[in-house]
Ligand binder design. Structure first.
Ligand SMILES: *Cc1c(COP(=O)(O)O)cnc(C)c1O
Length: 224
């Protein structure tokens, strides 16, 4: 890995960190990045790293010894739950009762309490993961009292087509859903985090209320 590239990564991370409001958490979406690239991002101040696949996170774990928070941001396969609950500090992609129950069960067995976000399929796209907005209440009602899960908010990708402005209505709708759930005062849940926005849409997401953004390309690609 050329030093130049690593310097670009550090500059990108610094620029984005400086541009974010202080209450917005930055998750470095690190899929396919090399250990040196991830380390450069950490050197520049990344505190949370996001992975889409359990196996990739597991591999990277052996290279990284810093105090980092690990977020699962991809769809969690049921046969990977046992490993996932050991590796991750937050699972952002809970979207079914079955998955929630499996995560809870594995957490009980290792004595861990897992913060989770509910993933919303805000574009109601048939090929996408996440729970449909209209089903979020019934999901939360069924899983909110699982003892080793802590529901802490919502996450959405939103449809990706055309300009990032096209994502704004979906971010708005997800924020509105977040506020509604928060105002319900459902026991045992604490609506703190709204995770939305990626490289091309994070500014829009923040305007619409996101306080976690998941960014890959503009952190790691040297020509951005
Ligand atoms: C890759 C990924 C991101 C970051 O996407 P970029 O466009 O590279 O910033 C965010 N969230 C999820 C779930 C991802 O898979």
């Amino acid at each position: 890995m050329e030093n130049n590239n690593l310097n670009f990564i550090k500059q990108n991370v610094t620029a984005i960190r400086n541009s974010l409001p202080s209450d917005v958490l930055l998750v470095a979406a690190a899929k396919t990045r090399l250990p040196d690239e991830v380390k450069a991002a950490i050197d520049a101040g990344i505190k949370i790293i996001g992975y889409n696949y359990v196996q990739e996170a597991e591999k990277m774990h052996q290279f990284i010894d810093n105090e980092l928070q690990w977020h699962m941001i991809g769809h969690l396969q049921k046969n990977k739950v046992k490993k996932a609950v050991k590796l991750f500090d937050m699972i952002e992609t809970i979207d079914s009762v079955e998955l929630a129950e499996m995560v809870n069960k594995q957490c009980v067995s290792i004595g861990k309490v897992m913060p989770v976000l509910i993933e919303i399929n805000s574009g109601k796209e048939s090929n996408k993961t996440g729970v449909l907005p209209e089903n979020v209440y019934s999901l939360i009602k069924l899983i909110h009292d699982l003892p080793n899960l802590r529901i802490q908010g919502l996450m959405t990708m939103g449809p990706r087509f055309g300009s990032p402005e096209n994502a704004r209505p979906y971010f708005k709708a997800t924020k509105s859903l977040f506020d509604q759930v928060k105002n319900e005062g459902i026991p045992n849940i604490e609506m703190r985090f709204l995770s939305m926005g990626m490289s091309n849409s994070y500014q829009i997401a923040i305007q619409e209320g996101a306080n976690i953004v998941r960014i890959g390309t503009v952190l790691f690609d040297s020509r951005c």
